[in-house]
Write a protein that binds this ligand. Structure first.
Ligand SMILES: *[C@@H]1O[C@H](CO)[C@@H](O)[C@H](O)[C@H]1NC(C)=O
Ligand SMILES: *[C@@H]1O[C@H](CO)[C@@H](O)[C@H](O)[C@H]1NC(C)=O
Length: 152
């Protein structure tokens, strides 16, 4: 549906709500993972919300990590609606997409490319300043905001 209805200037995300193991259609988790990755093709982050205690969380976590998202457990015997609202608030406002953090004069950096940046969240990159010299260290963020590419 997302592929067929592209929307300029908006950031699409996928949220999968599931109560456990696959039971109909394709039920092999490894094949599902492959199919999902192929269908998403790095275009949208996938968030998996697993309800209850029986959920195959490792499977959901793998699928999310492979598609730039995260997996969460929602415990349905407590305050599931509050947990859902809390999760939604975290991803409700994507401000930047295709985020690239460039550090001239930096080395041994952790991950520097991120698909989305959400209002109220943070992105952390760790590394070393080459030559221990702040003068030659210049950080830049290149990202898409709305439908314009910007350098911050
Ligand atoms: C980050 O993304 C840019 C543009 O897509 C790419 O050229 C670069 O190799 C990526 N860097 C890493 C560390 O993946
Ligand atoms: C981002 O969050 C802050 C604090 O909640 C809010 O004041 C601001 O309006 C939000 N920005 C956007 C673009 O929604």
């Amino acid at each position: 549906m997302l592929n067929q209805n592209p929307r300029d200037g908006s950031a699409s995300i996928l949220i999968l709500l599931t109560d456990g193991d696959p039971t109909t259609g394709e039920t092999n988790p490894v094949k599902i993972q492959k199919n999902v990755m192929r269908a998403i093709n790095k275009k949208y982050p996938l968030y998996c919300l697993g309800f209850g205690h029986d959920v195959n969380f490792e499977f959901l976590e793998k699928m999310s990590l492979e598609n730039s998202g995260v997996a969460r457990r929602i415990y349905d015997d407590t305050d599931a609606d509050r947990q859902l609202k809390g999760f939604y608030a975290e991803v409700a406002t994507p401000l930047l997409t295709n985020v690239m953090l460039i550090y001239e004069g930096g080395a041994n950096l952790t991950q520097t490319n991120f698909s989305h940046y959400y209002n109220g969240s943070e992105i952390v990159v760790a590394g070393q300043i080459t030559d221990n010299n702040i003068e030659t260290f210049s950080p830049r963020v290149v990202a898409i905001s709305g439908n314009k590419r910007g350098i911050f």
